[in-house]
Design a protein around this ligand. Sequence first.
Ligand code: 0WE
Length: 254
Amino acid sequence: MSENQKKALIVGVANERSLAWAIAQHLHQAGYKLAFTYLGEALERRVRPLAESVGAELILPCNASDDAQLDQVFEQVKQKWGHLDALIHSIAFANKEDLDGRFVSTSREGFRMAMDISAYTLVAMARRAEPLMEGRDGSIITLSYYGAEKVMPNYNVMGVAKAALEACVRYLAWDMGSKKIRVNAISAGPVKTLAAAGIRDFRTMLAKAEEKTPLRENISAEDVGALAAFLCGPGGKHMTGCTLHVDSGAHIMA
Ligand code: 0WE
């Protein structure tokens, strides 16, 4: 019974607008048991009620840049469930001053931090998830953005980190493929989440983005949730190493 019940660990819910929250809701609807992590007490107050509303079985603190905390999270997942079917990685960070002005100004420490939190944490989590996913056709999903592929003004060091993240997805897909674990990235169009709050002129950017897409409308967190559930299900069985664009077609435009 419990062995057959699918289990997902969701990392990166900040509030009800989070892409990770939309994914969690879709996986909950698909019958998954869920575990959530949160970063710090301020976010715990946001995450806990959301997690409880979908019957979360684990709600754990986790600063993903701390290996000991990652060890704790995966140890608790192992104790509680003994296995894992899906891992959702939806975290990123760059210094605010590095998301404005010139990329060439990025400091060594700013570069290191963006790469560590936005790219390396996927590798760190995948390694810990691997033994829990063996023999279960596991699915690992991360979130990316088009700034990984083309220059988007002000995205700067995050674009470089997302490019590294997408390369990590491919190398992890190779490493983990022999264990039937799939690793994919969803490259989402812009959505007004907490990660976008404080980005200068984000509203203007959203309005402009809308006009430029083939579908003439911006995406919602819901769209990301639906694709993630697809990737975790039978439709995603032979998809790995991909970066899938959920962007109303924006990425095809010159
Ligand atoms: O990946 C992102 C943003 C991730 C992010 C957001 C912040 C804001 C607060 C990473 N680090 C921080 N650090 C903070 O201090 N997006 C896809 C959203 C985003 O961010 C932009 C964008 C878009 C779109 C930054 C500049 C230009 C466009």
